[in-house]
Design a protein. Structure first.
Length: 202
C-alpha cells in the first residue's frame, strides 16, 4: 500500500480508483477541507487503466457547448498549475466525408472564437498524406489540439492529493460496496477489510 498510514475502519469519503478522475476528485475534496478521505487503487501504481490507456487527446472543439467549456476550463487549470508542459500542441484535424457533417463544428468554432482552419479535400490530402480513401473529404484543423502528458498530469494530481493530507492506498482492490436501506455504508476490500464511509465515489 502506497501510504504510511494503515487503512482506516471508517472515514467520510472513499474514492475508488487512482486515475486522473479519482485523483482530481481527491485533490478537490482536500482543497475544501474534506480530508477524512481515502483513495483506493487496485493496482500497484496509480493511473494504470483508463488514464494510461486512452489516446490522451486534448480536443478543444466539440459538438457540445458544455464539452467546449469543460475543455477550456481544464486547459486553464492545467496551464496555471503546469504551464504548457502538459500539452504537446501538435494540432488536431477533425474530418469527414459526409456532406454537412462538419457544419455544426464550424459554427461552434466561430461562436466560441476558437482559432481554426477549414480544409477542402485537396488541402486535407496535402496536409494528411495518409488519407487514401476515395471520396470528397473536408477537415477542420484546430492548432491548439494535441496530445496530453498524462504522466505529468497524474503526478501533479497525486502531489496535490498528498499535500492536502488525503491518504492514497495502492494494491487495494474493492470487492464490494456495502449498503443498508438503499444507502451506501462503505466498502469491503478483497482481503476482507471493511471501511465504513458516508460517501463512496466511483
Amino acid at each position: 500500500m502506497n501510504s504510511n498510514e494503515p487503512l482506516p475502519d471508517s472515514t467520510d469519503v472513499v474514492i475508488i480508483g487512482g486515475g486522473i478522475a479519482g485523483l482530481a476528485t481527491a485533490a478537490q475534496l482536500g482543497r475544501f477541507g474534506v480530508t477524512r478521505t481515502v483513495l483506493l487503487e487496485a493496482e500497484p501504481m496509480l493511473g494504470e487503466h483508463s488514464s494510461a490507456n486512452n489516446a490522451a487527446i486534448y480536443r478543444p472543439l466539440e459538438e457540445s457547448d458544455a464539452a467546449i467549456v469543460l475543455a477550456a476550463r481544464s486547459c486553464g487549470v492545467l496551464d496555471s498549475a503546469l504551464g504548457t508542459s502538459w500539452l504537446r500542441a501538435c494540432g488536431l484535424v477533425l474530418m469527414s466525408g459526409e456532406r454537412g457533417r462538419l457544419d455544426g463544428l464550424r459554427y461552434r468554432a466561430q461562436q466560441w472564437d476558437l482559432f481554426h482552419e477549414y480544409w477542402d479535400d485537396a488541402k486535407l490530402r496535402s496536409r494528411v498524406p495518409f488519407l487514401t480513401a476515395e471520396g470528397n473529404f473536408k477537415g477542420i484543423f484546430v492548432p491548439m489540439g494535441g496530445e496530453m502528458d498524462v504522466d505529468r498530469i497524474l503526478g501533479h494530481m497525486e502531489q496535490l492529493t498528498r499535500e492536502s493530507g488525503i491518504a492514497i492506498h495502492t494494491g487495494c482492490r474493492v470487492r464490494e460496496i456495502t449498503t443498508k436501506d438503499s444507502s451506501v455504508t462503505g466498502v469491503v476490500l478483497e482481503d476482507g477489510h471493511a471501511i465504513e464511509a458516508d460517501k463512496v465515489v466511483i
